[in-house]
Design a protein around this ligand. Structure first.
Ligand code: IPM
Ligand code: MG
Length: 361
């Protein structure tokens, strides 16, 4: 069995974190005797500089022929002044749309060793463990009409029934594997599109009587995530609200540098860290690769159906942190600040230890 992974390092620290993940994956494959075929392709500014396009047909085709895609990050000051529809962000949205990646899964998990890195009080944070399920290929990001001229700017927030149904199903199914609670976030007190969203989510809920469903307005939800994050298990929401809520949710856990994500569709799957390309530290061997490695864990779980390997990877991350190794973004008191390549080496060592311990049992 060969798993084909297309890696799109992209721009800035995307290059470094994907290189780290590739090193890790290569050693992991050797150890577990897996056959991985990892193929690099240009994407984002890196692609623009060579081909004048953020996403070429060739890269898109490669993604369609892979079992999973691993993405670093895109964007940077160099491409900031391009016309709107040529920017790296537009390339990313096109990739999501073309691959039909409608469900974006963003876990907000607190690593014990890092609980003091959060801006929240310990007692508020302890035990926080929820997942944001964000609709990723619809809503105001893609709605028409859209545009702006001298007099006005406008976008359209629109959801079709099938779009709400399929994301709601994803959320309820996930809740069944977790703590059986879904919080659906909308703005139904103002927006018709949200009233429609709520109506469909409740319809889908009829097939999941074992899962509790709570509705919450997005403004209140933003407050609740920092007030009492433990109340959440699975959050389901639209594209724009999910963009905002997932950043807040990510930050309370300490660092965006730690958080992975999976973007899933009916045919394809893409895994990427939540953080961006961080041009300020790019190329300095300072970036934190752990979110990308945790995204690789999600890949083993969701795309390769190997939750056992995913578990080893997460344990290796926990062990590396427990030994005190930190990159700059998660440095706290008493930690040992190391580079991207050093933390990768420590992670590999921790993986070998976790794996050996498991196989002596
Ligand atoms: C994200 C990002 C993207 C989004 C940008 C880069 C287009 O913020 O993945 O959350 O808004 O979806
Ligand atoms: Mg975002």
């Amino acid at each position: 069995m060969t798993w084909k992974i297309v890696s799109l390092p992209g721009d800035g620290i995307g290059q470094e974190v994907v290189a780290s993940a590739t090193t890790f994956l290569t050693l992991l494959a050797e150890k577990l005797q897996l056959t991985l075929d990892i193929e690099n392709h240009l994407f984002g500014g890196a692609s623009y500089d060579v081909h004048g396009k953020m996403l070429t047909d060739e890269t898109l085709e490669a993604c369609k022929n892979a079992d999973a895609v691993l993405l670093g990050a895109v964007g940077g000051p160099k491409w900031e002044n391009l016309p709107h529809n040529e920017k790296p962000e537009a390339g990313l949205l096109k990739l999501r749309k073309e691959l039909g990646l409608y469900a974006n899964i963003r876990p907000a998990k607190v690593y014990n060793a890092l609980s003091n890195a959060s801006t929240l009080k310990q007692d508020v944070l302890q035990g926080t463990d929820f997942v944001v399920v964000r609709e990723l290929t619809g809503g105001i990001y893609f709605g028409h009409p859209r545009g702006y001229d001298e007099e006005k700017g406008y976008n359209t927030m629109v959801y079709e029934k099938y779009e709400v149904e399929r994301i709601a199903k994803q959320a309820f199914e996930l809740a069944r594997k977790r703590h059986h609670k879904v919080t659906s976030i909308d703005k139904a007190n103002v927006l018709e599109v949200s009233q429609f969203w709520r109506h469909i989510v409740h319809d889908v809920h009829k097939s999941y009587p074992d899962v509790e469903l709570v509705d919450m307005y997005v403004d209140n939800a933003a407050m609740q995530v920092v007030r009492d994050p433990k109340q959440f298990d699975v959050i389901v929401t639209s594209n724009l609200f999910g963009d905002i809520i997932s950043d807040i949710s990510g930050m309370i856990t300490g660092s965006l540098g730690m958080l992975p994500s999976a973007s899933l569709g009916d045919k394809y799957a893409l895994y990427e860290p939540i953080h961006g390309s961080a041009p300020d530290i790019a190329g300095q061997n300072k970036a934190n690769p752990l979110a990308t490695i945790a995204s690789v864990a999600m890949m083993f779980e969701s795309s390769f159906n190997r939750p056992d390997i995913a578990k080893f990877i997460i344990e290796a991350i926990e062990k590396t942190l427990a030994k005190g190794y930190r990159t700059g973004d998660i440095m706290g008191e008493g930690g040992k600040c190391v580079s991207t390549t050093e933390i990768t080496a420590h992670l590999i060592e921790s993986f070998n230890e976790v794996y050996a311990a498991e196989h002596q049992l």
